[in-house]
Write a protein that binds this ligand. Sequence first.
Ligand SMILES: *[C@@H]1O[C@H](CO)[C@@H](O)[C@H](O)[C@H]1NC(C)=O
Ligand SMILES: *[C@@H]1O[C@H](CO)[C@@H](O)[C@H](O)[C@H]1NC(C)=O
Length: 388
Amino acid sequence: MATDWLLLLLLATVAMASPPPELTLLAGATEKGAVCLDGSPPAYQLDRGFGSGRYNWLVYLEGGGWCDTIESCSKHKKSGLGSSNLIEAVQLPGIFSNDHRQNSDFYNWNKVFIRYCDGASFSGDAEGEDQDGTKLFFRGLRIWEAVIDELMEKGLANAKQALLAGCSSGGLAVLLHCDNFSARFPQTVPVKCFSDAGFFLDIKDISGERFIRSVFSGVVHLQNVRKVLPKDCLAKKEPTDCFFPAEVIKSINTPTFILNSGYDSWQIQNVLVPDETSPEKSWLTCKANIRECNPTQIEALHGFRETLVNDLKVVQDKEDWGLFIDSCFTHCQTPFRISWDSPISPRLQNKSIAEAVGDWHFGRSRSGVKQIDCEYPCNPTCSTQLPS
Ligand SMILES: *[C@@H]1O[C@H](CO)[C@@H](O)[C@H](O)[C@H]1NC(C)=O
Ligand SMILES: *[C@@H]1O[C@H](CO)[C@@H](O)[C@H](O)[C@H]1NC(C)=O
């Protein structure tokens, strides 16, 4: 008994004091032209798996918006979202936790956090010139290639199971690269994809403009993302259409789980009510806090959710896919303990997100891996403490 206690204490101390997994700069990145916006090498953090998770791999793509113009890419270039010279190793909780009480299915897996520094969801392939005449590199696709190749050499090639995940613009990257990822493994290896808060909607904002569409069009053309877009979509539609998840998911052949709030706070703040619409004060308070929205605004938010649910109808026919579409005002629910798996996590059918994703991934639930919440504010498990 005393020994158990000591061991637990020791483990707890180690867990608290453990430094974040170190930042690895990609070897030989420059020769491959796999570089961040500023020409610096891309980076990732690898946390080695242990015990029964030693051969299982979670590959996670960081998010952080996009850059769609020379001006915005120059800005990204001077930040950690465009240069690995400006980032530090981070310690993430939630799906990255090594504590089985917070992450019972993935705690002992190899976990890779691929840092985002290209501004185009790891998908561009072009070059540009900054306002000051220096080069801007749009090399997201080469970063994807080079990092995955390096990870294959570091053990990913021998994975017994692999899951490609990511949130926000990283969640969109997951959808764009999902089949390419799974095609790298023998067919006997279960490979799946998991997109968190990456389901961006092609909707009009409150002023009637298609603001997000203009952003996506900028990204697609400036950074040349064509190579990753589904061929069958490109045959019928504009490249910009094919960058939206509603189109991308139609052609994915790998089992995929889509986690997204029907009231995604980032999308409400930046897609439905972007600053460009010069929203009046009542919208500013509403988009900061859903509890402050008036009935007309809530109607607009319900409309957003309805579009999301409609766009996801194709998933109902996809066997082996999973959905967790809650109605909590938040964005990215995997990299936070509070949303991923805690006593105050959002729940659907009494399951936390971690439980629902685990049930889907390991085939533990025959019936209940596609869950869509009722309209806000019906879900009593939506905590006011969720990040928004
Ligand atoms: C993945 O995509 C890259 C870049 O488009 C391509 O070169 C590679 O052959 C693809 N790999 C697989 C396994 O499909
Ligand atoms: C809901 O889940 C919790 C934690 O998993 C469990 O303790 C509780 O009994 C469940 N409640 C119902 C109504 O099933």
